[in-house]
Design a protein. Sequence first.
Length: 139
Amino acid sequence: MQHLSNEELIKKAISNIKIKIINDERKIGDASCVLITDKGNLYIGLNIAGHVGICSEQAACGAMVTAGEYNILKIVTVRKENNEISVIPPCGRCREFLTKINEENMETEVILNISSSIKLKDLLTHHKEYNILPQEYLP
Ligand SMILES: [Zn+2]
């Protein structure tokens, strides 16, 4: 089982960035996700941006599910824009997406930078909190 620090996972994600410009306008591969599973395996994905695109987290999860794994211990995404690298948390859709693969991924550690991280469940506060309104609100 691999034990990789936040910094090692961030560096791994950075090393996989492969920016490509499509049709002189659309950039893909500028965001790179690395996740590590409970079995200690790493999966990598790059974003394919566009109206029907996917995030790098979804690409990494596709590789993970293809390998028959579902439980994510840690996940990190980095993005290169201009001459800067940023660590970015998963978008709202990806937060939900990660829990749809496995409810236990609520415990996934989302890396925010070299020295800090947050549990996915803490990025999904009020998740599935439905408040039924009184009957008078029915149309
Ligand atoms: Zn996303």
